[in-house]
Design a protein around this ligand. Structure first.
Ligand SMILES: C[C@@]1(CC(=O)O)c2cc3[nH]c(cc4nc(cc5[nH]c(cc(n2)[C@H]1CCC(=O)O)[C@@](C)(CC(=O)O)[C@@H]5CCC(=O)O)C(CC(=O)O)=C4CCC(=O)O)c(CCC(=O)O)c3CC(=O)O
Ligand SMILES: NC(=O)C1=CN([C@@H]2O[C@H](COP(=O)(O)OP(=O)(O)OC[C@H]3O[C@@H](n4cnc5c(N)ncnc54)[C@H](O)[C@@H]3O)[C@@H](O)[C@H]2O)C=CC1
Length: 192
């Protein structure tokens, strides 16, 4: 069984640190910005790869610090993603960050991670996060592709309509719950 608890984070409300600006640092930054273009992210790295430089230049909320990592770099941040090529450094940073009660993701080292990234299916306001408990990221990717194909194109319209109905419904909470359940039941019945 997968014991992880998925939450959806407002990345503009917290501050994120990425250590290492090579290929993996780029992949992590891309995954964050694809979902949360408003994310507040600092990247600390001795060197930056072209891909990361190219991506970061369009995001004023992403700041790059060209330097070797020091513990004080953790100070302003809530979560950290470690993506250097130095495993020993990752172990040290992870320990210090956990002392500070920060949550950490360590590239290539699931045992040191407090959280994993997942595959993400998005249709407008609908977002589905997928985890395989670290067993097979490739299956997570395939599940994403499968669900992307399977989701109806009208998903956003359905959500907009339901929001309008939700705002207009009068009555107590129990009545609204029943009404919204009835309406959505009809939508899904029609599909069968
Ligand atoms: C534990 C976790 C921690 C974390 O990274 O947060 C982790 C760990 C590792 N990934 C590895 C490899 C690959 N990762 C991918 C892809 C993705 N990996 C992602 C998440 C996660 N990867 C977390 C678990 C998620 C879950 O529970 O399923 C996704 C979902 C999200 C994202 O990264 O944005 C994204 C798909 C996004 C999408 O397309 O939808 C591919 C496939 C590809 O790129 O085509 C490969 C190569 C093939 C293979 O190995 O499967 C390795 C071995 C490295 C090595 O061998 O050296 C480790 C380390 C290990 O397992 O020890
Ligand atoms: N590239 C990939 O797709 C994969 C990489 N990995 C592993 O992930 C790790 C990172 O890989 P890449 O991103 O490709 O490496 P990379 O060499 O492209 O990037 C590492 C980055 O870390 C920075 N760095 C190193 N020491 C630092 C320090 N003390 N302070 C600040 N920055 C520092 C470097 O300047 C560099 O930008 C490696 O251990 C690699 O074996 C694993 C699977 C796939």
């Amino acid at each position: 069984m997968n014991h992880m608890f998925p939450i959806f984070i407002k990345m503009s409300e917290i501050s994120t640190l990425i250590v290492g600006g090579g290929n993996v640092g780029h992949e992590k930054l891309e995954a964050i910005l694809k979902n949360s273009p408003n994310a507040v992210v600092s990247v600390v790295s001795i060197d930056f790869g072209e891909a990361l430089l190219d991506l970061a230049k369009d995001f004023p909320n992403v700041t790059l610090h060209k330097k070797a990592f020091e513990f004080s770099d953790l100070d302003p941040h809530h979560i950290a993603l470690l993506a250097t090529d130095d495993y020993g450094l990752h172990v040290e940073i992870q320990k210090e960050a956990n002392k500070r009660k920060m949550l950490v993701n360590v590239a290539d080292t699931p045992d040191l991670c407090d959280f994993y990234l997942g595959s993400v299916v998005t249709r407008g306001d609908l977002k589905i996060g997928i985890s395989t408990n670290g067993k097979s990221p490739t299956l997570a990717k395939r599940m994403r592709e499968f669900l992307e194909d399977a989701l109806p194109n009208e998903t956003q319209q359905l959500l907009d309509n339901l929001r309008t109905i939700r705002d207009k419904l009068k009555g107590d909470f129990a009545f609204k719950v029943k009404k919204l359940n009835d309406i959505t039941q009809q939508v899904f019945d029609k599909k069968e």
